[in-house]
Design a protein around this ligand. Structure first.
Ligand code: ADP
Ligand code: F6P
Length: 324
């Protein structure tokens, strides 16, 4: 029976990670275990940066964005040498199981530990929502609401000045945030990394909106689209595209990640993490805890590692129909 567990947060921070840390600590303590936090994700793991967590150490954090444990990108952990170093540190501390809260890369790392024989359970967390094994991940809802608030505000000023805005949202490899922000924000156009959208086509959307007598045109552009927002603006200028509207560019960037988690992310973080300690208690290792068909469930890390969740083609189609 397990007596000592550890928890870490890895990759891009996401609002709701603190709720998940809190739930791991408190449910773990509830099982009578000693619970340790690992500082700075895998970077702290390979360097043995553990701190013991008590019920009070996670007091007052459920409403905070970010992660109180810190997060990092750790290239060393991608190597087997780095992973073995991490396992040695875990063994030296007497840790018998690890909870990894993070996105795609982090869960691929968790899978590597699992393959090397260390007991691991993952918790699905990334604002990108591209992790296979969970319909929605911790942080997405809050990040989306921040993007929407920005789009709503930009629409107001755009209408006052009869301008077009290119609004760039996060998503280096995945257009989920851009697609959903575009649909929910009533954007005139959306540009995603998954499909190449030619700058001429974007210019055409803006010009048509102008011709139809609209007061504004909002184009939501994912960071990872072939032409990101600054590149589109530059292209329009160089090719003297006649848009009708004057153009402005707003890049939302990390503003989307740093928000205070909403109810949805606090609850999702709490529930997924509670499920993760339950898996450890049951000895069910090498799995990712996520939301599946609306319920909390698990998917083997063997299936999750190195895989990404695709965009729903029906939503892409709907977005194209609605953008009129
Ligand atoms: P996210 O988990 O949000 O997708 P990253 O892709 O940056 O964020 O991954 C976070 C960390 O996970 C990386 O810095 C690295 O330490 C670890 N990681 C990423 N990919 C792998 C991999 N293929 N094998 C082992 N560890 C990995
Ligand atoms: O994976 C989450 C994410 O916010 C992506 O949307 C974005 O491309 C990336 O992280 C930014 O990474 P960093 O915080 O290292 O600049």
């Amino acid at each position: 029976m397990v007596k000592r567990i550890a928890v870490l947060t890895s990759g891009g921070d996401a609002p709701g990670m603190n709720a998940a840390i809190r739930a791991v600590v408190r449910t773990g303590l509830g099982y009578g275990w000693d619970v340790f936090g690992v500082e700075r994700g895998y970077s702290g793991l390979v360097n043995g940066e553990f701190r013991e967590m008590g019920p009070r150490s996670v007091g007052g954090i459920i409403q905070q964005g970010g992660t109180v444990l810190g997060s990092a990108r750790c290239p060393e952990f991608k190597t087997e040498e780095g992973q073995r170093r991490a396992i040695r540190e875990l063994n030296q501390e007497g840790i018998e199981a690890l909870v990894v809260i993070g996105g795609n890369g982090s869960q691929t790392g968790a899978h590597a530990l699992h393959k090397l024989g260390f007991p691991v359970v993952g918790v699905a967390s990334t604002i990108d929502n591209d992790l296979y094994g969970s319909q929605i991940t911790i942080g997405v809802d809050t990040a989306l609401n921040i993007a929407l608030e920005a789009i709503d505000r930009l629409k107001v000023t755009a209408s006052s000045h009869e301008r077009a805005f290119l609004v760039e949202v996060m998503g280096r490899n995945c257009g989920y945030l851009a697609l959903m922000a575009g649909i929910a924000g009533g954007a005139e156009g959306i540009s995603l990394p998954e499909f190449e959208t030619r700058p001429e086509a974007v210019a055409d959307v803006i010009e048509k909106a102008y011709e139809r007598g609209k007061k504004h045109a909002i184009i939501v552009v994912a960071e990872g689209a072939k032409y990101d927002a600054p590149a589109l603006a530059q292209y329009f200028q160089e090719h003297n595209e006649q848009l009708g509207f004057a153009l402005r560019v707003t890049t939302l960037g990390h503003v989307q990640r740093g928000g205070m988690p909403g109810a949805f992310d606090r609850l999702l973080g709490t529930r997924l993490a509670g499920h993760a300690t339950k898996q450890i208690h049951a000895g069910n290792y090498g799995v990712l805890c996520g939301q599946i068909d609306g319920k909390i469930g698990t998917t083997p890390l063997d299936e999750v590692a190195g895989r990404t969740k695709e965009l729903d083609p029906d939503l892409v189609e709907l977005a194209n129909v609605l953008a009129k």
